[in-house]
Design a binder for this molecule. Structure first.
Ligand code: PRP
Length: 228
């Protein structure tokens, strides 16, 4: 049986990040032994929960930031998500057993070339557009600077151009988006890759099956590294 009613009876739920990251994590999911049902790949489907080749495991594709939240609250037992998102929330309920070695990126401070040329060390206050207010505030607090964060959910690179704020903190992978929008990378806050995360309570109550999947993901990562 498939469909939204079936997943509540699944033993395990895995949260996957929708969007660009999904394409990079799907091969490792398959290598670990989980194939999503066909409808998972149908962009017209409005379903939010999907079956897999393992009758005990269901998938929920959600926004990358929400992967951490679904797992922290135990609505999903496992999740695949970037270390940037994990550190932004800092949920204590999340255990991070496997670095998937995928989705390499960095969280960086950027600005227009004119602003980037000015030293910021002497400033006491900055206004910054970002999806990552906690990491941003902590990074600048260590320099004795108070970061006033304007929270955006995407297209962060527009903010300096449109006068919203002079600085941004955002994910950089190739650097093409910064370049295309006339921005210069100033400093790296953290380097990140995708991780397998586990709800700590699920890890206790479903230890056999969760340990099985931790091992399967570790082996899938090792296989990938051997093949490279
Ligand atoms: C991310 C990030 C940057 C871009 C960086 O955006 O927020 O905008 O990727 O990648 P690059 O360095 O390779 O150009 P994403 O496409 O995920 O969408 P978003 O704007 O909704 O965050």
């Amino acid at each position: 049986m498939s469909g939204s009613s079936s997943i509540r009876r699944k033993h395990l739920t895995i949260a996957l990040p929708k969007g660009r990251l999904l394409q990079s994590v799907l091969p490792i999911l398959q290598k670990a032994g989980l194939t999503p049902e066909d409808e998972f790949f149908d962009s017209k489907s409005r379903r939010l929960e999907f079956d897999t080749s393992d009758p005990n495991v269901g998938l929920i594709p959600v926004k990358p930031f929400d992967v951490a939240t679904f797992v922290a609250f135990g609505s999903a037992d496992l999740g695949l998500v970037g270390a940037d998102v994990i550190h932004e929330f800092g949920y204590e309920e999340i255990y991070i057993p496997v670095d998937l070695g995928l989705g390499h990126c960095r969280l960086s401070v950027a600005a227009t070339p004119e602003v980037a040329d000015q030293p910021i060390g002497h400033l006491s206050h900055l206004r910054i557009a970002t999806k990552y207010p906690n990491l941003t505030r902590n990074f600048f607090a260590q320099k004795g600077i108070q970061a006033e964060c304007v929270k955006l959910n995407g297209a962060i690179e527009l903010a300096p151009k449109l006068g919203l704020c002079p600085y941004i903190v955002d994910i950089v992978t190739t650097g093409n988006t910064l370049k295309a929008n006339g921005l210069v990378e100033m400093e790296t806050i953290l380097e990140a890759t995708s991780r397998l995360i586990v709800n700590r309570n699920s890890f206790k109550t479903k230890s056999d099956s969760i340990n099985h999947w931790i091992t399967a993901f570790r082996e899938a990562v090792d296989d990938k590294a051997d093949a490279a």
